[in-house]
Design a binder for this molecule. Structure first.
Ligand code: AMP
Ligand code: MG
Length: 400
């Protein structure tokens, strides 16, 4: 599957639209940051040599605020310039004494300096963050808010990134009802599409909500073909197992020459279909609510990340080692189990507990979880055992 999913095109976008995207070309600094020598502290700019006999008094000859043009302001021998954090260093000053080490005299015309300064004290030099010509962000980097700040500090107006993926989502199922419409016997509400759209959004892709589609080959085919016009990838829910009305599987096999249907040896989330329609990858996720989310996490998400330029080592979430605080799921069925767990940090270690009932329709325990414990087929896990865990949500420090 990963072999057939191609990377999206490179586009140039304003940096502010690029958070979470993968940089495609290096960013070279066209100017230094900071652009000029300036003070890191509120205080007095002076000549360090003049403070050798401190405490002593100097004449205050000017005041410089952040943003003030320092042209024409000079610190002569025995003089100081009152200066605010971020203001440009005046000529001939080589140190700052912070205001806490001074006291103002004569209504501000003179200043008492209490400490001996060394040249360079509290001075931020031009380019000591980024030098002109530096390659500041390397291709392959996932742009974070801090990168956006760096790009803005350089005055960058566009960056080359792998385009943000537009991911379509539709649910299938004649039993499904949209919204709060009354339920007739045998009906239930569509939850998968809403959960999947949320995952897609959280993963930084653009969501294209394609609604609820009937268990009808023609309707499903229309929905898939319609998606090729608007989406880079498509997630479908339901209709990929062995039942009589599993029409996604049948339709995808008509539309996608490379369609593959599989029974993955994992629980939850056994059935899965994949195929490419007009170069749009289609991920046929199973209908059971937990299965659809787990197969998104394990199968679709890595492929979507590959499409958007993430490197090989950055496709799957890391698998970490944790201690089980409670026994976890026991079953011998030849499958790898992904148990919904609450992961906490206790004494600096990751600790996991079951988040509730583990049926593939029992979404409440998925909502209560922030991780999936990876349990190989076998006799299960006892309290105190080490387990592998995929952290899918935020971690909290339980013993704080
Ligand atoms: P399927 O994979 O279509 O055979 O569906 C498997 C199970 O998941 C059935 O019990 C469906 O009713 C349920 N199901 C399918 N799609 C959804 C959905 N979008 N929201 C909630 N439950 C669903
Ligand atoms: Mg169905």
């Amino acid at each position: 599957m990963l072999a057939t999913v191609r990377r999206l095109p490179i586009v140039r976008v304003p940096p502010d639209d690029a958070v979470g995207l993968v940089l495609a070309e290096p960013v070279i600094a066209g100017e230094p940051v900071p652009p000029f020598d300036n003070t890191a502290m509120d205080g007095y700019a002076l000549r360090a040599a003049d403070t050798a006999g401190a405490p002593l008094a100097l004449d205050v000859v000017a005041t410089l605020a952040a943003g003030a043009d320092p042209a024409g302001v000079r610190v002569g021998p025995g003089q100081a310039v009152r200066i605010m954090t971020g203001a440009a260093l005046p000529d001939d000053a080589d140190a700052i004494v912070m205001v806490e080490s001074t006291s103002s005299l004569d209504g501000g015309d003179r200043v008492q300096i209490e400490t001996v300064a060394a040249a360079g004290d509290h001075i931020r030099r031009a380019g000591d963050d980024v030098r002109k010509g530096d390659a500041v962000v390397a291709p392959g980097t996932v742009l974070t808010p801090a990168h956006l700040g760096v790009l803005a500090s350089l005055g960058a107006t566009e960056v080359a990134v792998v385009r943000r993926a537009r991911v379509g989502v539709f649910s299938t199922g004649d039993e499904l009802v949209e919204g709060n419409a009354p339920l007739r016997p045998g009906q239930l509400r569509d939850s998968n599409r809403h959960a999947l759209c949320g995952l897609v959004a959280l993963d930084g892709f653009d969501v294209v909500d394609l609604g609820l589609v009937r268990d009808d080959k023609e309707a499903i085919a229309d929905a898939i073909k319609g998606a090729t016009q608007r989406c880079d990838a498509l997630l479908t829910s339901g209709g990929v197992s062995m039942g009589d009305y599993d029409e996604v599987k049948a339709t995808l096999s008509d539309l996608a020459a490379d369609m593959r249907w599989m029974q993955v040896a994992i629980r939850p989330a056994k059935p899965f279909a994949f195929g490419t329609v007009e170069s749009m990858p289609v991920f046929g996720l199973p209908g059971n609510p937990v299965s659809s989310l787990v197969s998104y996490e394990l199968l679709a998400r890595p492929a979507l990340r590959q499409m958007t330029g993430h490197g090989r080592t950055d496709l799957d979430r890391p698998r970490l080692s944790a201690v089980a605080a409670t026994p976890l799921f026991r079953r011998r069925d030849g499958k790898t189990h992904f148990a919904r767990v609450v992961v906490d940090v206790e004494n600096g270690r990751l600790v996991v507990r079951s988040s509730g009932a583990q049926g593939s329709h029992q979404l409440a325990s998925m909502a209560a979880s922030n991780g999936l414990a990876v349990l190989p087929d076998g006799d299960g896990v006892d309290a105190g055992d080490t387990v592998t865990v995929i952290v899918t949500g935020d971690l909290s420090q339980a013993d704080r």
